[in-house]
Design a protein around this ligand. Sequence first.
Ligand SMILES: Nc1nc2c(ncn2[C@@H]2O[C@H](COP(=O)(O)OP(=O)(O)OP(=O)(O)O)[C@@H](O)[C@H]2O)c(=O)[nH]1
Ligand SMILES: [Mg+2]
Length: 231
Amino acid sequence: MNVVVIGPAGSGKSTFVKNFSSYLKEYDVKVVNLDPASDPIYRADRDIRSFVKTEDVMREYRLGINGALLKSMELSLRYIDELVVDGDFVIYDTPGQMELFLYSKHGLKIAEEISKGFSVCLFIIDAEIASTPENFASVVAQNAVISLRLSMPTLTVLNKCDVVDFDLKRVEEGLKDVGGVLGEIVEKLASLIEYTTLKFRVVKVSALKRTGFDDVFSAINEVFCSCGDIS
Ligand SMILES: Nc1nc2c(ncn2[C@@H]2O[C@H](COP(=O)(O)OP(=O)(O)OP(=O)(O)O)[C@@H](O)[C@H]2O)c(=O)[nH]1
Ligand SMILES: [Mg+2]
């Protein structure tokens, strides 16, 4: 099973990958770093930086950081066979620049190559960012964008719940009360939540304190359960 961990910069992806992989220690777990700009904070079984380092790409191609990241994705595709690995769980850490995967053709190709077979995406986001009804609705919408762009079922994992007091029920109830110009968008998104299983895919964790990992594990299994609803 491939687990692709995606999310904005600093949301806690690498911390999650490090600690969730050790939580799964009774399985054959492999960890792959796909961030060409950062050395992993865990022992990586495969590391994109063995082949492509963004700081070298900046120098060699005389590019700024964004251009170099895009170029790094393009160059990394040459080594894709070295980055794909087998295991009960293969966990992929990705760069904070989500658009590299979502909106660059090379990033999408890498995502396609690593997600052959059973794959799930974990959208890791700082719970603080989802803590108002409007922002929660935007996170749900983002989940839908990621699922559609990467063609992978995507679970939303609200991270840093050790420092953020996130009440999912209260936020969901607040969706009904958003008025003004945003009211209609939020109302429609609320029905998306109601009529799909998306809301069951919102899991609260602390990657740092290792809480909520049982819920992530169950949610991942739910996605693959033959009787589970992955609509
Ligand atoms: N309090 C708290 N801090 C966290 C948690 N998870 C990660 N952090 C902190 O958030 C910061 C960023 O964590 P990373 O794991 O590097 O985040 P990332 O998403 O991999 O960052 P980029 O690779 O730069 O996009 C670090 O200082 C972590 O210690 C958490 O659950 N709780
Ligand atoms: Mg990281």
